[in-house]
Each structure stands twice: as structure tokens, then as C-alpha cells.
Design a protein around this ligand. Structure first.
Ligand SMILES: Cc1cc2nc3c(=O)[nH]c(=O)nc-3n(C[C@H](O)[C@H](O)[C@H](O)COP(=O)(O)OP(=O)(O)OC[C@H]3O[C@@H](n4cnc5c(N)ncnc54)[C@H](O)[C@@H]3O)c2cc1C
Length: 291
């Protein structure tokens, strides 16, 4: 079981508000960070924006004995267009991404999704790498990465490797990352002018975690649809994609095809409610993408 799975209990906990003792390290290079994380005698954890990890440490749902602060590592920052892809450093904050010039033409789906993440104070600290590593089933960015066919660039003790978003999210708060791995950056294809995108989520108040959400990419060509906050992880709705690739007007059949998904309830509702909400958010995201 990934240690991240413990984080799931954070929102329900009423326990202590002080973290257990830990050693704080602030390396200024990736190599030093990985060496600290790879120490077999410690249970070290990387710290990015701290918007999830710090509360979990305060509730003692996470108790790393070494905290490896990534905030001094320049190699993890920066956004650039390279070979037809937008490459985003893991430590880029949501707010930095949202204000990146031309984001809405380079990556329209990302631009649509970012304002839905929490509130501005959290968007000023939270990072794309932290969001993907945490893999909260209710988070927006894992679904956006699935819809955009993102590649997640990982670095660990044995070097670098590239992981497709499709195989990255394994379960609730569980990813394909190993203990000493770090997300270094993420690449998404730059949007072409023919691509169409849609994003919709329902939540009780703006800024709350979604009760259900849908991200649609490439409507009209090869649609990719990802759902979040309806199952144990963000996932693609491949049956619905196939229906809409054949007939973009057949939304009823696409919604019926969502039956293949293993809907899972949370604090907001049970699996049946999630099934209904998934259909509603898909309908609206698809309408936006094809308008
Ligand atoms: C009140 C509130 C509301 C929120 N609402 C939303 C919301 O609506 N939608 C949403 O998506 N999120 C929401 N969040 C969570 C927020 O987006 C967090 O910022 C995000 O989940 C984690 O990002 P972080 O940079 O803060 O990571 P941290 O909290 O620092 O770390 C999270 C986890 O990722 C690991 N980690 C961090 N960076 C890396 C890396 N580069 N490589 C490997 N592992 C890494 C850490 O060790 C830890 O396990 C909310 C948080 C709060 C407090």
C-alpha cells in the first residue's frame, strides 16, 4: 500500500494538530534531494507546496522522519515550449501556470481547469508535481493529464524515466512512483487549432473539492475523456470515447457506456450518485467542447 493512502483519512481526522518530530533538509540540487530520499535508514518525504503534506503531518497521518524541501531546487522550476510540447517543472505553482503567457492557446484544457483548484491562497503555493504525486481521486490535474496524454518525467536513484499519465495513477493516493522517485516535470502536447476542449465539475461551493468532474480533449477528432472524483482515482472513460468518436451527437450512448467504470463513493455521495453526476458533467463538458 502506498504511504499516500493514509492521506485519505486526513479530511475525516480530528486528531492532534502537531507534527511528529522530523529532520528538515533543504537541498539545492536534484542529486542531493534523491540521495536524501534514498537513505534506507530513514522514511523521507519530499515537500513541495505543503498544502496537503503539512496538514497530514499535523494530523500525524504522515510521519516522515526527514522532510526534503524541494523549494530550493531551481532544476524543478520553469515552463517552456519544446518540440511541440509544453514542459512544466514539477515545482511550478498553479498560479504561475495560470498566468503563463498564452496558456489558454497552448493548453486550453489546463487553463480551463486551474481556476477550479481550491482558493487563490492554495493556488499560490500548491504545485503541479505535488498534485500529481498525491493522486487525490478528487483532484483536477490528474484527470487533465490523462485527457491530454501527458508524459510525467521522473528522476530517481537509477536515473530518469518517462511515464505516460495513462499508467501513472494506480489507486487512491497511489501512483507508479517509487520511494525515492521525484517528479521532475510534465509534458503535454501543445494544442493545435483544430482541437476542442471542455471541462466541467460540480462542487458545493466554488473552491471545494469536486463532487464529480470531467475533462474532454480532442473533441471532433480522437476524443479523450477523463473523469475525476467518481472512482478510486482519475480515469479515462474509454467506452464513452469510442461512442463519441463514431458519433459525436450520441451522448446518451456515451453516458450509458460509463457503466464500465467502477464508481466509488466518498463523503459527498455513494456510487449511484457518482454515476449520475458523472453523466451530468460529461454532458456539460462535451457540450462545451463541441459548441
Ligand atoms: C483547503 C484545501 C482545498 C483544496 N482543494 C483542492 C482542489 O479543489 N483540487 C485539488 O486538486 N487540490 C486541492 N487541494 C490540494 C492542493 O491542490 C495541494 O496543493 C496538492 O494536493 C498538493 O500539492 P503541493 O505542492 O501542496 O504538495 P505537498 O503537499 O507538498 O505534497 C503532496 C505529496 O506529494 C509528494 N510530492 C510533492 N512534490 C513531489 C514531487 N515533485 N515528486 C514526488 N513527490 C512529490 C509529497 O511528498 C506528498 O506526498 C486543496 C488543499 C487544501 C488545503
Amino acid at each position: 500500500m502506498s504511504k499516500n493512502r493514509r492521506f485519505d483519512d486526513c479530511r475525516r481526522s480530528t486528531g492532534t494538530m502537531k507534527p511528529a518530530e522530523f529532520r528538515y533538509e533543504r537541498p539545492d540540487s536534484l542529486a542531493d534531494a534523491i540521495e536524501l530520499l534514498d537513505d534506507p535508514d530513514s522514511d523521507a518525504a519530499p515537500l513541495a507546496g505543503g498544502q496537503s503534506l503539512m496538514p497530514m503531518m499535523n494530523f500525524r497521518l504522515a510521519q516522515p522522519d526527514v522532510l526534503v524541501d524541494l523549494n530550493g531546487i531551481a532544476e524543478l522550476c520553469g515552463i517552456a515550449v519544446e518540440n511541440g510540447h509544453l514542459r512544466i517543472g514539477a515545482m511550478n505553482r498553479y498560479s504561475e501556470l495560470a498566468s503563463y503567457p498564452d496558456l489558454s492557446s497552448l493548453a486550453p484544457l489546463l487553463a480551463k481547469a486551474l481556476p477550479h483548484i481550491a482558493h487563490s491562497a492554495i493556488r499560490n503555493r500548491g504545485t503541479i508535481g505535488g498534485s500529481l504525486a498525491l493522486a487525490d481521486p478528487a483532484a483536477e490535474l490528474p484527470a487533465v493529464m490523462l485527457a491530454l496524454q501527458a508524459v510525467i518525467h521522473v528522476i530517481g536513484p537509477n536515473g530518469r524515466r518517462n511515464l505516460a499519465a495513462d499508467g501513472f495513477f494506480l489507486g487512491p493516493f497511489e501512483t507508479a512512483l517509487a520511494q525515492a522517485d521525484l517528479i521532475e516535470s510534465v509534458s503535454i502536447p501543445v494544442s493545435d487549432s483544430a482541437s476542442r476542449f471542455g471541462f466541467h465539475e460540480v462542487c458545493r461551493r466554488h473552491g471545494d473539492y469536486a463532487m464529480a468532474g470531467a475533462a474532454v480533449a480532442n473533441a471532433g477528432t480522437r476524443p479523450r475523456i477523463a473523469l475525476f472524483s467518481v472512482a478510486d482515482r482519475a480515469l479515462r472513460a474509454t467506452g464513452a470515447e469510442a461512442v463519441l468518436a463514431r458519433n459525436p451527437d450520441d451522448l446518451d450512448s456515451a453516458i450509458a457506456a460509463l457503466e464500465e467504470i467502477g464508481f466509488a463513493g466518498d463523503l459527498n455521495g455513494g456510487p449511484d450518485a457518482k454515476r449520475q453526476w458523472a453523466g451530468a458533467v460529461l454532458r456539460r463538458a462535451w457540450a462545451e467542447a463541441t459548441a
